[in-house]
Design a protein around this ligand. Structure first.
Ligand code: PEP
Length: 249
């Protein structure tokens, strides 16, 4: 059976006291059996929130890391800073970082490599902009993102990766990909993994959907054959909404 995952991405939101309260509330949720909860929180809060999240089904993730070990990179966060405070997960390739920080597939490949080489698991985000969806070339677009940043990995390394398909036109817009659109892309991604690795590797890879997931649509999305959970932005900032999403499996 594949892992079921509800991941939240808080982005650059919440004061420390709001973050602490939200983390405590989610930590106290009775998480359904077999479901893992991951919250990607702002970097100044990682250490303290990781101490609060004692529920064994809840993990705290970083939203980014640098592609080098250390050095003169003001404002950046290294893999060692994360792992030395007990963080096990990091987001790589979120569309906002691709857009605002001009992170290329090649740079994301380097981030994936340094994270995995140092024991961090990666939540790798991919997804097409609206212009690509309109041209109906989204499968090829996402395939290129995966090929250029992930498919050089060994099967063993890929086992420490979670893929999050996040169509950019659905992120923070209130527009959700329909469960049929999500399933189609997830199936296409799993097919690519099967082709580049094996069907067994593909069958084990968790693929999350992200893009305006909310309590009202989570169950329908998560019930699709190749949708193993969600990466949730806005709705993860509200304890009641995120709890409802966690309980949607
Ligand atoms: C995200 O930021 O990864 C995301 C999916 O955001 P939202 O749920 O707000 O669309």
């Amino acid at each position: 059976m594949r892992r079921k995952i509800a991941a939240g991405n808080w982005k650059m939101n919440l004061s420390f006291s709001e973050a602490r309260d939200l983390c405590s509330e989610i930590n106290n949720v009775k998480i359904p059996n077999g479901v893992e909860v991951i919250m990607a929180v702002p970097s100044p809060y990682l250490y303290v929130l990781n101490a609060i999240a004692r529920n064994k089904s809840v993990s705290i993730a970083a939203q980014n890391l640098h592609s080098k070990d250390s050095g003169a990179f003001t404002g950046e966060t290294s893999h060692n800073m994360l792992s030395s405070i007990g963080i096990n997960y990091v987001l790589v390739g979120h569309s906002e970082r691709r857009q605002y920080n001009k992170e290329s597939n090649a740079e994301l490949k380097a981030k994936v490599d340094i994270a995995l080489a140092n024991g961090l698991s990666v939540i790798f985000c991919c997804g097409e902009p609206l212009s690509i969806r309109k041209k109906k070339t989204q499968d090829a677009y996402v395939a290129k993102q995966l090929k250029e940043s992930l498919f050089h990995l060994s099967a063993e390394q890929l086992a420490s990766v979670i893929v999050a398909y996040e169509p950019i036109w659905a992120i923070g817009t209130g527009v959700t990909a329909s469960p049929i659109q999500a399933q189609q892309m997830h199936k296409s991604i799993r097919g690519l993994v099967s082709k580049n690795y094996t069907s067994k590797v593909a069958a084990q890879l968790p693929i999350l959907y992200g893009g305006s997931v909310k309590p009202a649509n989570a169950q329908d999305l998560f019930s699709r054959a190749d949708v193993d959970g969600g990466l949730v932005g806005g709705a993860s900032l509200d304890a009641a909404s995120f709890t409802a999403i966690i309980k949607s499996f």
